[in-house]
Design a protein around this ligand. Structure first.
Ligand SMILES: Nc1ncnc2c1ncn2[C@@H]1O[C@H](COP(=O)(O)OP(=O)(O)OP(=O)(O)O)[C@@H](O)[C@H]1O
Ligand SMILES: [Mg+2]
Length: 256
């Protein structure tokens, strides 16, 4: 079982779009995948088709209960998406994590404890869709993960926060989780502008071979896909879908 965080503290860089499409792509490759929506905005849950109508726990209740050492039933919180992706949804309650984790011992390790449940260990992959922040929820995700995948939007200012993110990854690695590694940097929303090419070049300079050979281009397909709650990889003629499948192939080739 491999746990991968999809992280970048910058907002709107395609973390959620990437999580959904890698998950659905891995399922198409015969892998079993559990997604964890770890953002109180719950965009991934919505993309996956979740409707908050049941009274079953979300990741927020699991985090709160685990933080206070209460027993939880992780299996009960796992939902099933029509494309075969399993997931634990999020809710707005997760936005109070700073408060409910503030007095907790080993507060970076709460998600790791949740994901150590036997029901979770059965999956080939767990993908964690992180929120755009460098706070305690990100450190929880990184502490629980084997690898982190960083989507970077081909835009001005996109590189500004990357050194800071790399620092947080390094800190988690040296202090709590020595096995943590960056499994790839993915250029998203690329187009034919000089800016896009400049970001791509700079990324190769910073991360060298760790940048995926595949880049994700800018297309309205992405918005349509979230609206329809269907992955891009499930659409037969989708350009973005085939790009995301190529990223899945690269991940598998890298042995992630
Ligand atoms: N390749 C793409 N081309 C065009 N638009 C895209 C592409 N990928 C994602 N988008 C759109 O960009 C917006 C942000 O994408 P997404 O929600 O995946 O980013 P995010 O990093 O998860 O954002 P947040 O930081 O808010 O969680 C969405 O409206 C999405 O549909
Ligand atoms: Mg998101």
């Amino acid at each position: 079982m491999k746990i991968i965080s999809i992280a970048n503290q910058k907002g709107g860089v395609a973390k959620t779009t990437t999580t959904m499409n890698l998950a659905a792509g891995l399922v198409r490759k015969g892998k079993s995948v559990l997604c964890v929506d770890f953002d109180p905005q719950s965009n991934l849950s919505d993309y996956l088709g979740y409707k908050a109508q049941d009274n079953l726990p979300t990741i927020s209740e699991l985090m709160m209960a685990t933080a206070t050492m209460q027993r939880t039933d992780v299996g009960q919180s796992i939902r099933h998406n029509v494309e075969g992706v399993d997931y634990i949804p999020s809710s707005i309650l997760l936005s109070s994590a700073d408060v409910f984790l503030s007095q907790v011992m080993c507060r970076e390790q709460v998600l790791k404890r949740i994901l150590s449940a036997p029901e979770v260990q059965l999956y080939d992959y767990v993908l964690i869709d992180c929120l755009p922040s460098l706070g305690i929820l990100l450190t929880n995700a990184l502490t629980a993960s084997d690898a982190v995948l960083i989507p970077v939007q081909a835009q001005k200012f996109s590189l500004d926060g990357l050194a800071q993110l790399a620092q947080v990854i390094e800190m988690v690695k040296t202090q709590i989780n020595p096995q943590l590694a960056i499994c790839g940097v993915l250029l998203t929303m690329a187009d034919n502008t000089n800016m896009s090419r400049a970001v791509e070049e700079a990324l190769h300079g910073m991360f060298e071979d760790n940048v995926f050979a595949t880049k994700i281009r800018r297309s309205v397909e992405a918005a349509n896909s979230t609206y329809e709650h269907r992955s891009l990889v499930s659409r037969p003629k989708s350009k973005l879908g085939s790009e995301y499948m190529a990223v899945v192939e690269e991940l598998l080739e890298r042995g992630v």
